[in-house]
Design a protein around this ligand. Sequence first.
Ligand code: C2G
Length: 730
Amino acid sequence: MVSIIVTHKKCLWYLEDCLKSIAGQEFKDYETILVVDDLQDEPEEFQKIIDEYQDKIHLSVFYLNGKTGVSAARNLGLDKAQGEYIYFLDNDDYIYEEGVKKLLDVMEEDTDMAYGRVQGTYQGTVTFEEKRDFEKEEERLSKYDFYHPLEAKFTHYRRLENLTVLGAVYKKSLFEENNIRFNEEQFCFADVLVLTKIMCSTDKIKGNIDAIYVKRHHNDRYNNPAIEQTPKIDSMPYYFMAVDNAKKIAKGHKEIERHLDLILAKFTTLYLVKKLRWNTEEEPCWKEEYFSELHKRLKEVNLRHLNRKYIYWLEKSVMRAVAAGDLEKTKKSGNRLLAKRKIKRMFKNKWARNKAFALHIFNKMETKKDWVIFESFMGRNYSGQPKYIYEYMQKHYGDKYTYIWSVDKRGLKIPGKHKTVKRSGLRYFYYMNRSKYWILNMKQPLSVPKREETVLLETWHGTPLKRLAFDLNDVVGGVSNYKDKFYRQKEAWDYLLSDNPFSTEKFQSCFMYPKEKILEYGYPANDPLYATDREERAKKIKEKLGIPLDKKVIMYAPTWRDDNYYEIGQFKFDLDLDVNRLEKEFGDEYVILLRLHYLVVEALDMSKYGDFAVNGSAYDDVTDLYLITDILITDYSSVFFDFANLKRPVLYYTYDLERYRDVLHGFYLSMEDDLPGPMLLTNDDVVDAIKNIDKIEEQYKDRYEEFYNRFCCVDDGHASERVVKKIFGE
Ligand code: C2G
C-alpha cells in the first residue's frame, strides 16, 4: 500500500483539485493521510470536502497540535502512515491519473525510491488536462535525457528551491532505517536536507519520466503566497541553514558537496547582484549580513572545482569577489553582469531597447505639464472613455494642451489637432516619458517607466460582470505571472474611474485598489447616449455603415473566451449564432450587426451572409453602435451595462454558460436574477425571443428598472466634464 501524505493549511479550491486527482488514480491500493496545519479556511467548507472524499480516497485527517509548518506536518504524516510506500503530495499540487502506478511499475523488491517528472503550472486540473497535448508530451519526453538519479533529482538544478522530495515514491523503511525526518526548524528549504540524506543513503533508485507530478505555482503572491514565494530577504536564514546542514550530511559525497557549493555560488550571480544594485538602501542586510554570510561560505569553496557547464565567464569574477569578501568589486562585476544581460535583452526585444532609451535619455528631460497622452484598447481604437475625455478637452481647452494619441493600428481617424505615436515605438516612449498626463482604458505596459509626477488616469472599460484579476482563482488565458504584473500596474494608477457604486465596490477587491482613489463619475463614453441629438447621430452612423434607415438593428456583441486563443492576447471566436436562420426569420424587418470583441483577431467570413449581416467588428467605437441598436444580444460582455442607459431590450445568448461560469470566470451578479433580459441557450430560443421582443420587454420591465437604477445611476451625459475638471482643474 502507498500512503499519500497531503499537507493542508488553506485554499480549498486547491485542495479539491488535489483530492480529485488522488481519487482518479489508476493505482488503487493507497491511503490518504491529510495533515492539517493551522487551518485558515472556513471549517464547515473544509469539512464538506472531507466528507465528500472520505471514502473515495481512504482518507484520514490529522491535525498538528502545538506545532506548525510543512515539515512538522509531513513528519506527522510519516508517523501515521501505514503503507509500505510513501508519496508526498502538497495540497496545491496534483498528479496525473497514472502518476502513482507508473512509479510503482518500476519499483522492484529492493528499490528504495522511484521518481518521475515534476511539471510546473499556474493552472488547475481542468484547464491543465484540457490543454494536455499528448503528442507534444511524447516528443518532449523522447528528447529528455533519462538522467542519472542523482542528476534527475539533485544536481540538474541550480537553485535550492528546485530540490524537492515531490514526485517520487519512497519505501517507508528508507526513512525509518536512516532516521530521515524533515527538520521542523526549517520553515522553507526543508526538502534539501531530506533529499540529500536520501541521496547519501541509497543508490537503489529508479526513474520513470512518464509519471508526472504537477506542481502548481500560486498566481497570487499577495493574497495567497506559497512558501516558495517567501520574500528572499526573509528566507535567507533558512537558506543558509539548509545549505550548512546538507553539506554536513554530504561530507564525503563529493558530487553532492560540490553541487551545494555551486548552488551557493550561483546564488550570488542570480540574486545577490540584483539586490546589491537595486535594494541597497531599503534592505541594507544584503550588503552587510547576507554578503558576509555568503563570503564566509564561499571562501571555503574551491571555485575551480565547480561544474563549469553552469557558470558563464562573467559570473566567475562575481563569485571570486564574494569569496574574497570584496563588496565593491562584487558590485562592480555584478553590474557588468547585469549590463550584459540587459544588452542581450535589448537586442532581442524592442520594448527593452526603448525602455533603456527612456530611462537613460528621456527620463532626464523635463516633464511637459501640458502634454496629455491618450490610448484606447492598447492603441487599437479611437473609442472609449479616452476618446470622450479628449473630445471634451479639445472643445473646452483647445490649444491649452498638446494632445498625443498612442495608436497601434494604421488608419485610425482621429479628429482635432493632435500627434499620433506608434505604440511601442521610440516616439511612444519619448511622449509617454515626458507627458504629465496618461489617459488609458486598459493596463499600461510595465516596460514604460512612469515618473513620480505623471498623473495616470485609468478609466477602465466596463462595469465588471465577470470576475476579474485578484477575484479570479485561475487565470486561464493570461500570462503566468498575470497577477504579479497586475499588482504593479495598478499600483501606478493615480485614479481609477468607475461607472456606478457596484463597480466601485468590486474594483476595490478585484484590483486591490483603495476606495479613495476611485472616481465614481460615470463613463464619458456613455455621454452620447444622453445627447439630445442622438437620433440625428444614429442616422449618420447607419448611413456610414450602409444600413438602410428603415431597417431596425440587432447587434450581436459577444465577449472573448479565455480558453480559445492562438496565443495569449490573440483570441479566436467560433460564431455560434445561426445568422442565416435569423435572416430567414427577420430579414425583412432587421439587419444584424456582428460585433466581435477587440481581443478577437479572427476575421468573420461575411461572404456566407447576404445584406442582412453587417460586420461591425472593425468599427472603432461601440458607443456609436449602441446608438443604432434596437435589440442587443450579448453574453458575458460588459456592453449591456453601458447599453442599458438607452433602456432598450437586451438578450443573453449564453450557450456555454456552465463552462464560462465554472471554469473560466465566474460572475459578480446572479445571471438568473439580476440581468435585465432572458438567458437563451439555443438558436431556437434566440429566434423565439426576437419574435416576442415586446412581451419580453413587458416581462422584464421591473427588473430593467431596478437594473438601470443600480448600474446607470451616475451616467447623465456629463461624465467627461466631471472627469476633466477633476484631473485638469477648472
Ligand atoms: N466591447 C466591444 N465589442 C464587443 C465586446 C466588448 O466593443 N463585442 C468593448 C466595450 O467597450 C465593452 C468593453 O469592450 O464595454 C469590455 O468588454 P467585455 O466584453 O466586458 O470584455 P473585457 O475586456 O473582459 O472587459 O470591467 C470590464 C470587463 O469586465 C472587462
